[in-house]
Design a protein around this ligand. Structure first.
Ligand code: ATP
Ligand code: MG
Length: 617
């Protein structure tokens, strides 16, 4: 990852007011706005049925989108794509995006996840609050309406209670080549069905003994339309509604209703729900014709989910990594969770940029991990303060220091925190000192240099008996020095590098250019350098598609995804606050982490991303 020392590249010129690239969703929304598809909608200030909304104002939101996570885990980079998409479209078209907890599944949900999801959406820079209402929506608040909708479907002859066993139902559903077979319970009258359904609600039947099914078409070529189950019996305590219910709506029934009660216009989901759209529309039509929901109902649109190489984006599999202790928690900096990415040094802006850059399409594809890293690099380039850090230190002794500079003398040096600050930004000057001893990177000295090597090399006796002087190099921000040799231990390992300081060559002084240096190297003074724990992260998996095709993703875990080293950093980095990002010059971008009091009191830095794309090299 190390590259020869160089100055940071100049900041990219500020982009002109970016024109958002269009995509199929933008086209649909623009066309709906033009046609006034949703212009007649009303909004009473809260979710509700047709009567509730009819009493409201014309909806001030031109469109309504939603981000509907199930609170059964931490959000990941795939969710970030969906968040940026839904909130971004609402923002760009004068609309509103709802954060809604899709909490209709009582068993798997937890308030720990609810809180973390709220934090992550806010951290990404989005806000769902509206005047007088800043609580996120929750699907479980709509259970009463869902129940009413189910009774309506029964009364209208569109639903029935089926008492076949799960196995019978599976067999009778048929498959792609075979139409389904009607259930013997399908011909029950609405009155019989209603009585049965109420018994289900009242707890008179066992879990799994019967379900409520929509009555559509057992011969439909779309298996999802072959009388899908819409309510099941499940005795489970729900984190919001407690033990009020022992029947719960199925996701496919609940989700369209949630959208409709919230007056969503564009319900955007991932491609795997495409086959559910006919049922979504069927249900909306039935409930609108029954007058329960206001027209026009929401529409569902599908886009390709994010697949990122070397990353898994399934909450269940991420949970397995956490519970099997393959990583140190949900916010381990190797995790693609939003909390993990944040501890890795990712910024909200870098994730927004990523979402914009990958765009939305209607066909599945894989995005290269380096695209994500590139977005972070681009964002930090102009923002992250620079600093010197020596990751693999060896001591450099300036043997003539006491003589030419004075015994024990420490000379103050300065460097800018940002070499090219963006307009209007003043970055502080960094202060540090140089003395007789400094730390340099081990790789900056070579006794037998490879061809083209420009850093420290000792004097050399040539074939003709003459001697060439040692290499002349600048300690960046300090003095020019001339290498004179090194010291070794009994085993021949280099313990010190030796050089002479050339007086009057300090950076920023008139003599700075009086001696030509082959290169400038980074360094940290022994007197004021601070030792730091640095966590060098690498990809978590060695397989680009760790879980594709049902592969066991645990088999491709990279055993070297974390290497902890002790580095020496310049004093300006010693008191970095957690979450502060830096460019360790020549090494990459790092983020300060919380001090780990188990391993000590040293400042801690996590590698965010290298300076150049070293992916797969
Ligand atoms: P998981 O399989 O990890 O549990 P999920 O889709 O079941 O993911 P939800 O909480 O139901 O998770 O998802 C909330 C929203 O985030 C959904 O609208 C879903 O479409 C979207 N989403 C989830 N994963 C991705 C992804 N990889 N790319 C884009 N959007 C995603
Ligand atoms: Mg889900």
């Amino acid at each position: 990852m190390s590259t020869p020392p160089s100055n940071a590249k100049p900041a990219a010129a500020a982009a002109p007011e970016a024109v958002k690239p269009s995509n199929f969703l933008r086209q649909i929304i623009e066309s709906d706005l033009e046609k006034g598809t949703y212009a007649t909608r009303r909004w009473a200030g809260s979710p509700g049925d047709a009567a509730h909304q009819a009493a409201g104002q014309p909806d001030p939101a031109k469109i309504r989108t939603r981000f509907p996570p199930e609170p059964n885990g931490y959000l990941h980079i795939g969710h970030a794509k969906s968040i940026c998409l839904n909130f971004g479209l609402a923002r760009d078209y004068g609309g509103v995006c709802h954060l809604r907890f899709d909490d209709t599944n009582p068993e798997k949900e937890d308030t720990e996840y609810v809180n973390s999801i709220i934090d992550s959406v806010k951290w990404l820079g989005y806000d769902w609050s509206q005047p007088g209402n800043d609580a996120p929506y929750q699907a479980s608040d709509y259970f009463d309406f869902m129940y009413r909708a189910a009774e309506y479907l029964i009364e209208a002859g569109h639903a029935y209670v089926d008492e076949q066993t799960a196995e019978e139902m599976r067999v009778n559903r048929g498959d792609f080549s075979k139409p389904g077979v009607d259930s013997p319970f399908r011909a029950r009258t609405p009155d019989e069905n209603l009585a049965r359904f109420r018994e289900m609600r009242d707890g008179q039947h066992e879990d799994g003994s019967m379900v409520l099914r929509a009555k559509i078409d057992m011969a439909s070529p779309n298996i999802n339309m072959r009388d899908p189950a819409i309510y099941r019996i499940r005795r489970a305590t729900h984190h919001n509604t407690g033990d009020k219910w022992c029947i719960y709506p199925m996701y496919t029934f609940a989700h369209p209703i949630e959208d409709a009660l919230e007056q969503i216009t564009h319900s955007i989901c991932t491609l795997e729900f495409e086959d559910q759209r006919p049922f979504y529309d069927w249900l909306m039509e039935r409930l609108c014709e029954g007058g329960l929901l206001s027209s026009p109902p929401p529409h569902q649109y599908e886009f390709a989910r994010l697949n990122l190489t070397y990353v898994i984006t399934s909450k269940r599999k991420l949970a397995a990594l956490v519970y099997d202790h393959k990583v140190n928690g949900w916010d381990d900096p190797r995790m693609p969770t939003i909390v993990g990415l944040r501890r890795r040094g990712y910024t909200p802006e870098s994730l927004q940029l990523f979402a914009e850059r990958i765009g939305v399409t209607k066909s599945d594809s894989w995005i290269d991990y380096s695209t994500l890293e590139g977005c972070l690099r681009e964002d930090l380039e102009t923002k992250a303060y620079r600093g010197f850090a020596v990751l693999n230190p060896v001591k450099l002794v300036l043997t003539n220091w006491d003589e030419v500079m004075g015994a024990g003398h420490l000379e103050p040096c300065t460097q800018p925190s940002l070499p090219h600050p963006p307009e209007g930004v003043t970055a502080p000057t960094r202060h540090f000192t140089i003395g007789k001893e400094v730390w340099i990177e081990r790789e900056d000295f070579e006794e037998v240099p490879p061809k083209g090597y420009k850093r420290l090399t000792p004097p050399k006796v040539n074939a003709d008996g003459t001697t060439s002087a040692g290499a002349i190099v600048r300690l960046k921000g300090g003095y020019v020095i001339e290498c004179t040799g090194c010291a070794k231990d009994a085993a021949g390992a280099i313990t010190e590098v030796h050089a002479k300081v050339i007086p009057d060559t300090k950076s920023g002084t008139p003599g700075a250019d009086s001696v030509k240096a082959k290169a400038a190297i980074t360094w940290v003074g022994v007197a004021d350098g601070v030792s730091a724990e640095v966590r060098m992260y690498d990809r978590l998996f060695s397989d680009a598609q760790p879980d594709a095709g049902g592969k066991d993703f645990l088999e491709s875990l990279n055993p070297n995804s974390l290497k902890v080293i002790t580095a020496i950093v310049e004093p300006s980095l010693a008191n970095a606050a957690p979450d502060q990002k830096f460019q360790f010059e020549r090494h990459g971008y790092f983020v300060a982490d919380r001090v780990d009091h188990v391993t000590g009191t040293k400042p801690v830095f996590n590698l965010a991303v290298g300076l150049k794309d070293s992916w797969g090299k």
